[in-house]
Design a protein around this ligand. Structure first.
Ligand code: SAH
Length: 219
């Protein structure tokens, strides 16, 4: 059973952060108002889970602030029938949201411990439309592609080509791109052999490390 405090905190997160910040999709608001974000955060920090800030999730990685999660999710325009590729499973929080909004989620993470912990948690919480893979997400998941939507929650110097080619016609991708200091959150839509890119905002993410991303982890 969840305490009232967390329910109240979640409601406030929706009213005071997501709606004023521009999240309009009612399904995204509903799902984020329902999923217990605090369970994806280590015990000692759970009371801060609904604040307007990113938080550490171990292995030097972070879970994005709620507003960024909401805006990125909304950008994918999910209707419920999609196959979605997520790069950067991390805590599994974004994965849980996608799981409620699309048909099947394929999530990749390069750090084994994070993937395993997220898999166990999501299994215990009865999410059952998610496939997990440990590996370099900059190469995508060609055996399962193409995907109707792709979300990348770490930033590389450019948009990895394998991910572009694994989008369906009309498919949407949301991805932060830029240097390690300064990045832009981009929306990419595939139209045939063209990828139409628009910049949504400035942002700051952890590094996308892999063959088509940054080559090393010198933090
Ligand atoms: N969506 C996550 C946020 C994770 S932070 C959440 O809701 O908690 C970004 C994650 O991307 C980190 O866990 C990092 O290890 C992972 N990552 C970085 N480069 C990657 C790559 N090439 N392939 C897969 N995962 C990668």
């Amino acid at each position: 059973m969840e305490t009232l405090d967390y329910r109240v905190a979640r409601k406030r997160m929706v009213q005071e952060q997501l709606i004023p910040g521009g999240v309009k999709d009612p399904k995204v608001l509903h799902v984020m108002g329902t999923i217990p974000r605090h369970l994806f955060i280590e015990k000692g920090l759970q009371d801060q889970a609904y604040l307007d800030r990113p938080m550490t999730i171990g292995s030097g990685q972070t879970i994005s602030q709620p507003l960024i999660v909401g805006l990125m999710t909304q950008t994918l325009e999910l209707k419920g029938n999609e196959r979605v590729l997520e790069i950067g499973t991390g805590s599994g929080y974004q994965t849980a949201i996608l799981s409620k909004l699309a048909k099947k989620i394929y999530t990749m993470e390069r750090i084994q411990t994070l993937s395993v912990v997220a898999r166990k948690l999501l299994y215990r919480m009865s999410y059952n439309n998610i496939e997990f893979k440990i590996g370099d997400g900059t190469l995508g998941w060609p055996e399962e592609g193409p995907f109707d939507a792709i979300i990348v929650t770490a930033a590389g110097p450019e948009i990895p080509l394998p991910l572009k080619s694994q989008l369906t016609e009309g498919g949407r991708m949301v991805i932060p791109v830029g240097s390690t200091e300064e990045q832009k959150l981009c929306r990419v839509v595939r139209k045939g052999e063209e990828w139409i890119t628009t910049v949504l905002s400035g942002c700051r993410f952890v590094k996308l490390i892999g063959k088509e991303g940054w080559s090393h982890d010198n933090k």
